[in-house]
Design a protein around this ligand. Structure first.
Ligand SMILES: NC(=O)c1ccc[n+]([C@@H]2O[C@H](COP(=O)([O-])OP(=O)(O)OC[C@H]3O[C@@H](n4cnc5c(N)ncnc54)[C@H](O)[C@@H]3O)[C@@H](O)[C@H]2O)c1
Length: 365
């Protein structure tokens, strides 16, 4: 199984290899290099049991590697600086390639460091989590968190190529896998009815990571992210639709802080999708909640706050306050992404506070 997709950002093209053996393509690529390369790798791969094969172990053994202590709390300027120091100590030039191996945290922060060092180095992504495979490694956003604000600082910077090896998913914990799946469901609801039906039909195989089905799921999902981000790289129009579920979801995330122990981003998006579905149903007299909720539930994602193991009681007033402090608040009202019909999405501005409260309440009881 191999699919080579072409990313094309304003004429700058690069390949994305998706395969059940993409490490082989990575190895061929590294062998073909005339110049130096450095690897920055998630420290979960210090454990050989998490390596998809012997080739991967050999690559790490025979390369200069900086292991990055994984976890959202390390997505900071301090770690970006450590990476820059690693570049500096190895006297790298602009021809040197930087290989980022890990989930979205490693990819975002390595991408950031690579984008500013010598005003831009050659970057290669090897995403190893579901979120990084189908989302964060595509589209060029890099960054780190600061002052409890997610991705407060960042740049747009595309890699020279990406190698997605689906075998990495085998060692990912269930919660991280499912969180990544929330982003695929989101894309299906707002962009692709066929993907919605595919997910529904193949839920068991996706959760079991059946290679053929998971490969297809990732290829479909990467294609959507590419389509959207290549037509609207800087998020002025179409790309905003990717924020479906995020307006409600981020208000919840803000409530629990940047540490994802209580609520992961994917779980917040899942709850946000249910609230956004309630909004569209109430406003346009539709019935979208049922189907969207069912799909999320089938993937073991939370559709109500009671599905999470959190004792803390939530105050709706605080959630509304989080919304008001959000950058999605405009002079026209609060910006929401809605889907009136599966496979379609649109942006609306809402000023009715009671309606917004009702939507929050629908996921809290
Ligand atoms: N740049 C973008 O467009 C974009 C889009 C979405 C999310 N993000 C960012 O991505 C981050 C979330 O990504 P994530 O969910 O990958 O988080 P993550 O990088 O923290 O990875 C989640 C956990 O899985 C572990 N892990 C990764 N690969 C593994 C593997 N193959 N086997 C076992 N364990 C593995 C990591 O060590 C970590 O503990 C957030 O910081 C978010 O802001 C960025």
């Amino acid at each position: 199984m191999l699919s080579i997709l072409e990313a094309n950002y304003r004429g700058e093209k690069y390949p994305i290899y998706i395969s059940d053996n993409a490490i082989k393509q990575l190895e061929i690529h590294l062998r073909s290099l005339k110049n130096n390369y450095l690897i920055i790798c998630d420290d979960v791969f210090k454990d050989k049991k998490k390596h998809p094969d012997e080739k991967f172990s050999k690559i790490l053994k025979n390369s200069k590697v900086l292991y990055f202590k994984s976890g959202i709390k390390n997505k900071t300027s301090k770690y970006a600086d450590k990476i820059i120091e690693f570049f500096y100590k190895n006297s790298i030039s602009r021809d040197c390639e930087i290989i980022s191996i890990g989930g979205g945290v490693v990819g975002d922060i390595v991408g950031f460091a690579a984008s500013i060092y010598h005003r831009g180095l050659k970057l290669i992504h090897v995403p190893t989590s579901m979120t990084s495979m189908i989302d964060s490694s595509i589209g060029g956003k890099t960054g780190f968190n600061r002052n409890d604000v997610v991705n407060l600082c960042g740049t747009y910077f595309h890699p020279k190529s990406s190698f997605i090896d689906i075998r990495f998913l085998k060692t990912l914990n269930q919660r991280d896998l499912i969180s990544g799946l929330a982003e695929i469901i989101k894309k299906a609801i707002i962009f692709d009815e066929e993907l919605f039906d595919f997910l529904d039909k193949n839920k068991d195989d996706i959760l079991k990571l059946t290679p053929k089905i998971i490969f297809e799921t990732i290829v479909k999902s990467v294609k959507i992210k590419l389509l959207i981000t290549t037509s609207d790289e800087k998020e002025s129009n179409q790309r905003l639709l990717l924020n479906y579920g995020h307006t409600f979801g981020q208000a919840l995330e803000g409530y629990f802080g940047i540490n994802q122990k209580f609520l992961t981003h994917g779980e917040a998006v899942s709850l946000g999708i249910v609230a956004a579905s309630k909004l569209v149903d109430q406003k346009y007299n539709l019935n979208t909640v049922k189907a969207n909720k069912l799909l999320l539930k089938n993937f073991k994602l939370p559709t109500n706050f009671s599905d999470l193991k959190i004792k803390k009681k939530i105050n709706v007033k605080n959630l509304i306050k989080n919304l008001n402090n959000d950058k999605k608040r405009t002079i026209h009202g609060m910006r929401f992404i809605i889907s009136k019909k599966k496979g379609t999405g649109q942006i609306i501005y809402e000023t009715d506070k009671n309606l917004i409260k009702k939507c929050f309440k629908s996921i809290l009881s």
